[in-house]
Design a protein around this ligand. Sequence first.
Ligand SMILES: C[S@@+](CC[C@H](N)C(=O)[O-])C[C@H]1O[C@@H](n2cnc3c(N)ncnc32)[C@H](O)[C@@H]1O
Ligand SMILES: [Zn+2]
Length: 284
Amino acid sequence: MSYQCPLCHQPLTLNEKQWRCPQNHQFDNAKEGYVNLMPVQHKRSKQPGDSPEMMASRRRFLDGGHYQPLRDRVAQLLDEALAAQADTFLDIGCGEGYYTTAVASRLIHNRVITVFGLDVAKVAVRNAAKRYHNAQFCVASSHRLPFADQSVDAIMRIYAPCKAEELYRAVKPGGFVLTVAPGPRHLYQLKACIYSEVQLHTETDEQLAGFQLIRSETLAYPMALCGSDAFDLLQMTPFAWRATEEMGVAIKNESVFSCETDFVIRLHQRQSDDRAFVPSADIA
Ligand SMILES: C[S@@+](CC[C@H](N)C(=O)[O-])C[C@H]1O[C@@H](n2cnc3c(N)ncnc32)[C@H](O)[C@@H]1O
Ligand SMILES: [Zn+2]
């Protein structure tokens, strides 16, 4: 299984350093090993996705191991769910590849499978491809996946936007979508530094049209962060937009910053085509 041309939807093949479709649309394979499959006409802004600064904070924070329990759990759940014959896995909004590479190591152990990571932010994809070599990375939007209909065994979505209709199109019948979303108390103490009144994340019952929710679980644990790790955590979240410079300095000066995590992990299974399918709205 390989990429599909974002312009004419035919298969792309790699010739030396270029991906090419039968209609001769061409996409360069960058020296770091990723491909940019985002035609300019599909771009909504000049630099879509997370900024280089957010990406750098996220990489430092993740390298600190604070989200390793989440990484281990999603890799385990996917390894248990996917059949031995599964051959294609995709991480959408993969960022700098922290989860993609761990899932790849785990899945590759028992299968002949290609693992793809996709993100709209070029800087994130470049960094992912530079560091991790057990997955293939591309720049593309999760709203237009560069994969053929019913060609992917499972898609993972950790805090990234998506479109249920597009997930349904790309996933094989019986295949899976694993999602991670914040639970009510996720990063409560970080929010308390920024908002005078903290609103708990409201628990919404995530529904993906055409999929059946087959498992839902919470992973919650406390973190004891040093000031600079807490500051990176702030910078990699949307809360950074609300924080003043003084708030940032105060967080950085903490010797120990205690903060709760609260993740909701869900596994959805794609129904077969004969079931009624009602397309749903985008999921932010
Ligand atoms: C909060 S980050 C999560 C990154 C990674 N999954 C993680 O948890 O470390 C969300 C990611 O989604 C990407 N993103 C935003 N809009 C996107 C889109 N339309 N298609 C693909 N990726 C998108 C951002 O660039 C960013 O890397
Ligand atoms: Zn083409």
